[in-house]
Design a protein around this ligand. Structure first.
Ligand SMILES: Nc1ncnc2c1ncn2[C@@H]1O[C@H](COP(=O)(O)OP(=O)(O)OP(=O)(O)O)[C@@H](O)[C@H]1O
Length: 622
């Protein structure tokens, strides 16, 4: 018991000096958000630990048997090593049997423990890897849920390259870190067993070894700090590299059109060089750990030998044979200590990834849209904006004191110069953002009280930048809808005047559209978007420059379809071309985020105000 307690104490001293232990405590607290994931697969994690622990204990037994074997060979007349457990000593070790038989028994035991250790090591590794893969899966899901819950403003402020880097490379690194943790666990368990056997041989030498190796570990802390620092730099360089690469790929047309290959090459090479430099720094710092650790531990071993010889053997406190055996064990201990130091270095190397994922999963510094409970079954009367202010940045308002009523079944058009805030105003209705001040009521209920998905399911938005997924035409039109009638998809495509070009595609509705719909023209993408909106049969239809990418003939045809679709629905239309909104029931003119005119189209024209000016301008420009 005492030996185990001392061993435990010494083991911790050896593997993690006090200062590191304190840091480690805060480390567990800091990273609890990741460790708590283990509760979802406790059986696997526990099995991994138990198997690795059994393997470590078996390794200890193996060493004990080897020691016994060596002793039997070098000094056959000496009394055999015994465990003190009578049945084990008599029946297994055969202490009463002749020397030759004892040697055979020990050989058999060495072979058996080696095989058993290998088996448990294998099982431990399998469960360990499985645990890590499950952990990676859980973390990926958590990150995804976090991204789903975040307000759009977060995405406006964050580089997509950073997010992709977190979801891919950083999570991978984090899992590598867990690999290192289990490695340290295994090695520490083995060390514990070694230290117990060292204590049996000489507690004085054990104490000195533990103190010296602890000093070595403390000395390593400075080096580990450098590794940690380098890891943060590498994470940031990795994010930057992914962002640059992503922008280059996404913007390849613009890059080529502006003959910006040299400019992009410089950006890419810079990012790649920074990644190289930070990775080299981290590798150099890490590579230093092993040789330093090796040099110091060999020096310590020789020092031990001198101390033992000078003080213990000469004073008769230790026999030479015991010293040799002790050194044999110590020689096996040293590589384990070095391995643990290296693993600590590697672990520090992953700190950047830990911080990155932790930062991404933090909830206290991000904006979320609060979900309501009221199910939205459809607009009954009107959408009312009451004194709404909004700013993407709280200090810089984009909309000022908007008070507006959008009546059910009517078409409301938003008109104004570029940047006046039309799209922003429309974005508040499906709650892409919440007002900074004031409120929006639907049938008298605050928008925030509605269950967000029930609300969004009744709204369709056709915007200027349509996102086309890399899947078939059919799946793009019926995006995220299950069990949709084929005839309904065809009808939506027909109404959006998309049927003509879809039927000419090589595989019709089954044609894969490529990343972001690169295989379609701007106008074709817009038609797919209109078909997508029509298929949803929405209650509220937001058309934000929905026909801007179409030629005038297509625009007229689709406008007719949209007009038909608009019957009985509430439509909010944003258009620069006034011809598309002449049938609007109400026109709202915005200027620098303020409503400056509101009324029927003809009525406003008659007033010869802002709308009339726009009208005149467009008329003059033809
Ligand atoms: N995601 C965003 N983050 C920060 N500012 C934004 C964001 N989107 C728009 N803005 C700013 O808000 C203001 C209003 O933009 P908005 O897109 O609503 O104008 P708009 O009237 O629809 O213009 P356009 O007719 O050119 O589409 C602009 O000054 C714009 O720079």
């Amino acid at each position: 018991m005492i030996f185990t307690a001392v061993g435990n104490y010494i083991h911790f001293k050896l593997a993690i000096p006090i200062s590191r232990l304190l840091k480690a405590t805060s480390f567990w607290q800091d990273n609890y958000f990741i460790f708590r994931e283990f509760k979802y697969f406790p059986r696997m994690a526990i099995l991994a630990l138990v198997c690795l622990l059994i393997a470590a204990v078996l390794e200890g037994f193996g060493i004990g048997f080897i020691l016994s074997f060596l002793q039997s060979l070098t000094n056959p007349t000496a009394p055999p090593i015994q465990t003190g457990i009578t049945w084990f000593d008599v029946w297994i070790l055969g202490v009463n049997a002749p020397a030759a038989e004892r040697i055979y028994r020990i050989c058999a035991l060495i072979i058996m423990t080696t095989w058993l250790r290998s088996l448990f090591n294998y099982l431990g590794q399998v469960y360990n890897q499985k645990t890590q893969l499950h952990l990676a899966d859980r973390l990926r899901r958590r990150v995804f849920e976090q991204l789903q819950a975040l307000s759009l403003s977060y995405f406006a402020k964050t580089r997509s390259g950073d997010l992709i880097n977190s979801i891919t490379s950083e999570i991978y690194q984090l899992i590598q870190a867990f690999n290192v943790i289990s490695f340290v666990f295994t090695k520490s368990s083995i060390l514990l067993v070694y230290i117990a056997s060292m204590l049996l041989l000489s507690w004085q030498l054990t104490l000195i070894s533990v103190m010296l190796f602890s000093l070595l570990s403390v000395g390593m802390t400075t080096l580990l700090g450098r590794v940690r620092e380098a890891s943060f730099e590498r994470t940031s360089a990795g994010s930057c590299y992914t962002s640059v690469a992503l922008e280059f790929i996404n913007g390849i047309r613009t890059v080529q059109a502006f003959a910006a290959q040299d400019y992009e090459r410089r950006r890419f090479y810079d990012a790649s060089t920074k990644l190289l430099q930070s990775a080299t720094k981290s590798v150099s710092a890490m590579s230093l750990i092993e040789p330093v650790s090796e040099g110091v531990s060999i020096t310590l071993l020789i020092g031990m030998l001198i101390i033992a010889f000078r003080f213990l053997i000469q004073n008769g406190l230790l026999e030479s044979a015991s010293l040799l055996t002790f050194l044999f064990v110590l020689l096996r201990v040293a590589p384990n200590v070095r391995a643990i130091d290296s693993a600590r270095a590697q672990f520090n190397n992953f700190q950047g990834a830990f911080n990155n994922i932790k930062e991404l999963l933090r909830t206290d510094n991000k904006t979320y849209l609060q979900n309501g409970k009221v199910q939205f079954s459809g607009l009954q009367q009107a959408i009312r904006f009451v004194g709404v202010d909004f700013g993407y940045d709280a200090n810089e308002l984009v909309l000022h004191n908007i008070s507006l009523t959008i009546e059910r079944g009517k078409m409301t058009a938003l008109v104004g110069a570029s940047g006046a805030g039309k799209s922003t105003l429309a974005d508040l209705i499906p709650r892409f953002y919440d007002p900074t001040r004031g409120k929006i009521l639907i049938d008298g209920v605050d928008l925030r009280e509605y269950e967000i998905n029930s609300l969004r399911r009744k709204i369709a938005v056709v915007s200027q930048d349509t996102f086309i997924f890399n899947t078939s035409v059919r799946n793009n039109i019926a995006y995220a809808m299950e069990e949709v009638d084929e005839a309904a998809i065809m009808e939506a495509a027909r109404l959006a005047h998309a049927l003509e070009f879809i039927q000419q595609l090589p595989e019709g509705f089954d044609t894969q559209l490529g990343d972001r719909g690169v295989r379609l023209s701007g106008g074709q993408r817009q038609r797919i978007a209109i078909a997508r909106a029509l298929l949803r049969d929405p209650d509220i239809l937001i058309l934000d420059e929905a026909t801007s990418a179409l030629d005038s003939v297509s625009e007229r045809l689709i406008q007719e379809s949209l007009d038909k679709l608009a019957v009985g629905r509430t439509v909010i239309a944003i258009a620069h071309r006034l011809s598309t909104i002449v049938r609007a029931d109400k026109v709202v003119v915005l200027e620098q985020g303020r409503i400056v005119e509101e009324g029927g189209y003809q009525e406003l024209l008659a007033q010869r105000g802002k709308l009339w000016k726009y009208h005149q301008l467009q008329h003059e420009l033809g």
